[in-house]
Design a protein. Sequence first.
Length: 84
Amino acid sequence: EEILTKGQQLNEYIMTSLRTVEGLDLRFVEQNFSPGDRVKIENDSAVYKNKNMMLFENEHLMLTKEGKLFADGIASALFRSQTK
């Protein structure tokens, strides 16, 4: 059995949700983690949206076809620091 910290739980959510068709639900992040986590993810995702590697639709961040090639790196850039 592994017990994850809140930060580890968020990072797991980021990694797994970006690999789905639905993408990362920012409302879920805000409600289940914190509004600050949502803001950080939104801010950190801007560079990938500008490079057409991510889309933002209906409160969800999704990887584009190009972004899927860099999924691990993008997810890592959106991770919460492990100190929180």
